[in-house]
Design a binder for this molecule. Sequence first.
Ligand code: F0G
Length: 452
Amino acid sequence: MSAVRDDVRAPAETGVGDDAGTPAGLVDLRVRCMVCDATYPGDRPLTRCEACGGLLDVDLALDGPVRPEAFGVGLPPVLRSSGVWRYWSLLPALPEAAIVSRAEGNTPLYWDDRLAAYAGLGTGQLGFKHEGHNPTASFKDRGMTVGVSHARAVGARIVACASTGNTSASLASYAAAAGMPALVLIPEGKISGGKLSQTIAYGARVVQVAGDFDQALALLRQLTDAYDVYLVNSVNPFRLEGQKTIIFELLEELGWRVPDVIALPGGNLGNTAAFGKALGELMRVGLIDRLPKLAVIQAAGAAPFAAYHASGYRAFAAVVAETVATAIKIGNPASTPRARRSVELTQGVVTTVSDDEILDAKAAIDRAGIGCEPASAASLAGLRRLVADGAIAPDATAVGILTGHVLKDADAVVSYHLEDRDDAPRPSANRPVRVAAELPALERVLADALHG
Ligand code: F0G
């Protein structure tokens, strides 16, 4: 017998808000199936098309041109100070009272010529948008403010996700802000301590699943299909709306001048999906007149999308994922069809990098004083690979997306710099030195630090 009370079971044909009628303010909101074009009202927590099972997009009206000066104007301060909600005219209009925001977004864009040289690009040609500077230290907060706000707007009672750690940290924080319970499934022993700590600290109910991320997500979908539990993984079209603002904010900072390439790590492929939608919409409203190439970088041990792309999209096969970059250790990316659409739209490229390439690129980003978690460094490692292969010209301008903060995975730093490797010592390991508590010993260290 089920231990769950009947009132938590999902109503068969209705949305969460239907008991009380359509939630106020959601009447104009629609989602559309990317496969069969069926549309549904946006007042329910749908994550797949009821007719064909396809992925859904939020269908925005976007009538007429948008003036860039208008962003943020006329919005209440709490929305204006958010790097997500200030792009109100390019987002689903949720009822203001439902919005949970933590002034997310507003992340820095760093230009670094050492890293440009590392990638094989010229001076002033490579920037990094650092999404680790969000409230919970990853890009997930941009999607979460929209996802959790939508959950509130439709009257959801509990929000849930499966996660490699960052989504769970973000969901836990935003659910706490909203005063809602959160349920989080994580692959046992496979997420970083920092991310697990955040998730626990912010008060989510954490479930360690004996399996990998793909199994945890499949399990959670069984639960959300059967029960009235709001799913915020990136199959949720509202979450992706928030992630579009990485592109909006980046291009606004660039004065709407489009770089040749935007490189990002690909895991579950939610960002790849969101970036393509964002770019298509910016073209539609006349804010940009050309598209950058999206460069999607997967870890070699977790690269089903790269293989699918390389097959000319003929054969998709899920893999059992293995990589040091635990955030992108995903073998069956949920947003694969949407990501394909984004890559096709932008005539993008998809490539893979080894764990060593990721870790060396991460060490270079860290050493530049910027810092990021391993998955994020795939963007630099991938650019370097693509320039070396001739897929990206050395005079191209590029922006890489750093998806998470260096402190998200402190163990990765320690193991890179402090653990000996007999086979091939790390090129830029930075080992702390031990000294006796005597000035001459410290003087020797000073001389060494000054002269090399
Ligand atoms: N980088 C970081 C730091 C991530 O946490 C993730 C995904 C990605 C890149 C990949 O992004 O899925 O949009 O392709 N993390 C998810 C999580 C899966 O559960 O935190 P994607």
